[in-house]
Design a binder for this molecule. Structure first.
Ligand code: CO8
Length: 259
């Protein structure tokens, strides 16, 4: 695989890095001090990068900076002060971006290198494939914070693992290992952390041996079957924002931040 070169377009970005060798693009969520959790700026930068992606990419990888987290969710410090209206707007933004990722014309691979929780798990679910290091942990802990998944993750989780497992994961808020995640179909492959990038490259090479056009057409066909009803998005968003006015979300989030 040829050396990646950085595009100038990422030079002013704080939380998102993008590089590409012209065939494979690589987005890194880069906020390791907060386990790559997604604040508004990170989401906006991600949206910006997505709008500038070269059209001739054949595969896009998304990963997290550092060796501890892919993305540990939406930024709890930001969300704790949300009123219902702000929650609604944040949810709409996230959904728009994650939907964009899902419908990129080429395959998108989440390379998960640690915690993929809440909005982080939802981000991985918006990708076509998930490859994870053995130490990675997955979960939707939102209800433990008094809220619900709000970036389209409920529908995407059901699509991957079925209703039963989705309800188990969401109601329990528990974290599962990468091995468990593979067993339930949430993750495609588990790889030793030291081999994560090499094995991912091998896997990408397999995809790139095939007709680029045919892979794109296949993705369109596959996505058409699992397309999320816009009415669901609207409902999820309403329920997400409702959580901020009727639950003890603020206290729960403050408790997390004070621990
Ligand atoms: N938001 C903000 N900061 C975070 C987050 C987060 N999601 N996760 C970790 N951090 C910060 C911690 O506060 C800590 O900061 P500091 O060093 O300043 O104290 C730093 O990252 C390191 O974290 P920990 O010290 O907690 O590291 P541990 O190794 O002890 O624990 C965990 C790692 C288990 C991952 C733990 O950090 C954790 O539980 N994090 C929160 C996970 C979580 O609940 N995620 C879901 C958030 S809710 C969500 O994502 C909603 C999605 C839908 C949004 C829809 C919007 C409309």
């Amino acid at each position: 695989m040829t050396q990646r070169r950085c595009f100038m377009m990422t030079k002013d970005l704080k939380y998102i890095n993008f590089s590409s060798n012209g065939i494979i693009g690589n987005i890194v969520i880069n906020r390791p001090e907060a386990l790559n959790s997604l604040n508004l700026e990170a989401l906006e930068e991600l949206e910006h990068i997505l709008s500038l992606l070269p059209e001739d990419l054949r595969v896009l990888e998304i990963t997290g900076a550092g060796d501890k987290a892919f993305v540990a969710g939406a930024d709890i410090a930001l969300m704790k002060d949300f009123n219902a209206k702000e929650a609604l707007q944040f949810g709409q933004k996230g959904k728009f971006i994650f939907d964009k990722i899902e419908h990129l014309p080429f395959p998108v691979i989440a390379v998960v290198n640690g915690y993929a929780l809440g909005g982080g798990c939802e981000l991985a679910l918006a990708c076509d494939l998930i490859i994870a290091s053995r130490e990675s942990r997955f979960g939707l802990p939102e209800v433990s914070l008094g809220i619900i998944p709000g970036f389209g993750g409920i529908a995407r989780l059901i699509r991957r693992v079925g209703f039963g497992k989705a309800k188990e994961l969401i109601f329990s808020a528990k974290m599962i290992t990468a091995e468990e995640a593979v067993k339930i179909g949430l993750v495609n492959q588990v790889i030793e952390a030291k081999d994560l990038q090499n094995k991912t490259n091998e896997f990408i090479r397999e995809i790139c041996k095939n007709s680029c056009e045919a892979v794109k057409l296949a993705k369109r066909a596959l996505n058409a079957i699992g397309r999320i009803d816009p009415a669901f998005y609207e409902l999820e968003n309403d329920l997400f924002s409702m959580a901020f006015s009727i639950s003890d979300a603020k206290n729960r989030m403050e408790k997390f931040l004070q621990k």
